[in-house]
Design a protein around this ligand. Structure first.
Ligand code: FES
Ligand SMILES: [Fe+2]
Length: 431
């Protein structure tokens, strides 16, 4: 496959192009250099009935052939563009119901029953992408050339007992959703709630009460590390929260698993469906295997309808409950943080316009991430691997993806503390 990427633009609207991810756009080609989650594993029934997948403006069909192999190929049949989502699973591939052309998981045309020449099929190869299964999701590599290694992020290695996976539809551009994940200040406002669980409430209190934390960032080999320090009143310690931006559209943060103490993290991916929609994926991991799956399911399912959509809609301001805003929920949208995030990022508009914003000092990670994405898009345009793509198995571990919320002596630097954590090999060790 050849890449038609043009160089990223310069000038006043310098980073707005990052919102465009169709094939051939600079940001689209960047995102295609990384494995992306494309569908929950359980959407594909054992009989392999095809499922439609739309990612970065490309319409694809996901299917399991009669040997169990999973394919992700162009939804349009290469013959005369009939919809392969209507296809039949048989004879080692998916067969178009219009004139019977058969395609394998690798996109090869295996049969053209009405064609006189048995060799004609060898000239046809439809678009296909490699698929990898991990952490309850199918992942695809949609870029050119040899796929990089699938990254061994701790959250994706857990297996069913250690990881809860879900996704939500977001009716807005991927970038504003992703930027919400590296904006630690919003935690003190948007997510301020009175939690039913006393332990969680105590942990959360410190974020709610300290609206002006001290923020600092540093670059890592896979993205950006964020340090958020909040003073604990009357004590000689600070609360320190370490989170990560993970190139190009993911993050590793402390989330629901926080009540189980260290050794957990939540990874989020904001994957473009097209420029005005995205999937927000959540992979919630804890090494203990003690995640309260029932509580998670209950909370998430009470906010969803039709599988992966919020029942709350913009037409009635997301059923905001003003009576709960007095002392229970800052934004009046219940307890589910995912809902808060999706509603607020949708409220920025279908495609957030960077020229309309006034960035402030608390947006340092967002500013750095835009620059990092821009540099990576330039690397791709110059045919280089962008930051965070792994090809060397010796580098495919992520002990340095430190996610921790801790109380740290005021005298200890956050960088020294983090380095100590990054040297540990047991932080995410499953028990
Ligand atoms: S359109 Fe698919 S076989 Fe003809
Ligand atoms: Fe949030």
């Amino acid at each position: 496959m050849t890449t038609t990427t043009s160089a990223p633009p310069r000038g006043a609207q310098r980073y707005q192009y990052l919102t465009q991810t169709n094939s051939g756009t600079p940001a689209g080609e960047l995102l295609r250099r990384y494995w992306q989650p494309v569908a929950p594993v359980d959407t594909l029934a054992p009989d392999g009935s095809p499922k439609t997948v739309r990612i970065m403006g490309e319409d694809l069909v996901l299917f399991r052939d009669d040997q169990g192999a999973v394919g992700l190929i162009d939804r349009k049949c290469a013959h005369r563009c009939a919809d392969l989502a209507l296809g039949r699973i048989e004879d080692g591939g998916i067969r178009c119901p219009y004139h019977g052309w058969l395609f394998g998981v690798d996109g090869r045309c295996l049969d053209q029953p009405a064609e006189a020449s048995p060799d004609a099929k060898h000239r046809i190869r439809t678009k296909s992408y490699p698929v990898h299964e991990a952490a309850g999701a199918f992942w695809a590599y949609m870029g050119p050339g040899e796929p990089p290694l699938f990254p061994n992020y701790p959250a994706l290695l857990g297996g069913k007992a250690h990881c809860y996976t879900t996704r939500w539809l977001g009716n807005c551009n991927w970038l504003q959703a992703s930027e919400g994940n590296i904006d630690p200040v919003h935690t003190s406002y948007l997510h301020q709630i009175e939690l039913a669980d006393a332990n969680m409430n105590a942990r959360w209190g410190v974020f709610a009460n300290q609206a002006r934390p001290e923020l600092s960032i540093e670059e890592t080999r896979f993205g950006i590390r964020l340090y958020t320090k909040r003073v604990i009143q009357g004590e000689n310690r600070n609360s320190l929260r370490i989170t990560n931006f993970v190139m190009p559209n993911a993050c590793a943060v402390g989330g629901f698993e926080g009540y189980l103490g260290e050794g957990g993290l939540t990874m989020l991916w904001d994957v473009p469906i097209d420029d005005t929609h995205h999937w927000r994926w959540e992979f919630i991991f804890h090494r203990s295997g003690q995640l309260d799956m029932d509580a998670l399911k209950k909370q998430y399912e009470s906010e969803k309808v039709d599988g992966d959509r919020m029942w709350r809609t913009e037409s009635d301001l997301y059923a905001q409950d003003r009576s709960s805003m007095e002392n229970k929920a800052y934004v009046g949208l219940g307890e589910c943080f995912s809902v808060h995030d999706i509603v607020i990022t949708q409220s920025q508009g279908a495609i957030h316009q960077q020229t309309d914003e006034h960035l402030s000092s608390s947006d340092i990670a967002i500013v750095r991430a835009r620059r990092m994405l821009d540099e990576a898009a330039q690397a791709v345009a110059a045919n280089q691997d962008p930051r965070g793509v792994i090809r060397d198995p010796a580098k495919n571990h992520f002990h340095d993806m430190v996610v921790i919320t801790a109380e740290v002596d005021k005298e200890e630097s956050e960088i020294a503390f983090c380095e100590r954590q990054a040297r540990r090999t047991d932080l995410y060790e499953r028990s």
